[in-house]
Ligand binder design. Sequence first.
Ligand SMILES: [Zn+2]
Length: 356
Amino acid sequence: MIVKYILYFIALPLLFCSTFPANAVDNFASTERAVIDSSADDKNALFSHIRMLIMDLGSRYLPDRNDVVKKIDTLTGSTVVDGVTYSGEIEIYSGEQQLYTILRIPLEDYVKSVVMAELDRGWEYEALKVQAVLARTYAVNHIIKNRDAIYHITSSTLHQVYKNAKVSDMIASAVEETTGEILTYKGSPIEAYYHSTCGGKTEHAEEVFNGPYPYLRSVKNDCTLSPMYYWERKFSYNELAKALNLPKITDINLFSRTVTGRMDIISFKSGKIETFARAKDLRRILGWKRLPSTMFKIKKKESGSEKYLMLTGRGYGHGVGLCQWGTLHMAGSGKKYKEILAYYYPGTLITKHEDL
Ligand SMILES: [Zn+2]
């Protein structure tokens, strides 16, 4: 940690040599909590920009509201972290654990970059507009929740991934056509969950996340275009025992399904001891790609002395909210972005964020 701290101190003045002020040390003297006062901001000012904490691959610690931080300075320039170039207004804070670099950029530029990172395969125009509204809704939710924190969101997979790749003209245009639009339910921005491929039917939110949401109910859709519509995986009992921290596994059985028919709880026997694991947790433990979804069937097999499971499944992701490949199909069939959003998030409205 100390090495990193020193590196930042050496590297930052070099990166910003043209703008780094001589009086930076004086500014360092002010001590404050990791909060800022945004109470005077009107809606337009509040939603004009987003503050993003830049995280590198080694970042472990996120500043808490109660942490003591010192603002070193605000600079205009670029910095490169893990191969990604971040350009704009950059605020540097020193915390008890490390330095924090926070990029402040226009919200609409952020939305363009997120859509670019999510859909880079020449998707249907209406599908790009759908993704723009979702990315903006997600960002606005975080701006509201963290309006007095030093950052709203991070650059990592904890939130929406920000890669700052050059945005295509088509994506720029799709985002601009939806400028300021977010999805709301009873006047508040929704939890805009989405995923790659549902496998034919999305999941009720309460099966995966905390609490039910009236606008996140299971809906059917056609996502057979997805390369992850159908998949097979083989897991040896040894691999599963290791992942679950069990000495060995002697038998595996389905214990319960979710209301929509996905795998919910699976029982693992180790002699006389029975351990239960939720399928959604197995995905996290085994890896999101190793176990792409909870929509699968299991078959117990044996080859010589090796016992293993053959899984045949459909879909990729948690299955809640909008299915991106189903959206592509709907857009290709002539559906407009508002119809698609109304289908996946029933009861919601498209609202301009300044009208919240
Ligand atoms: Zn789907």
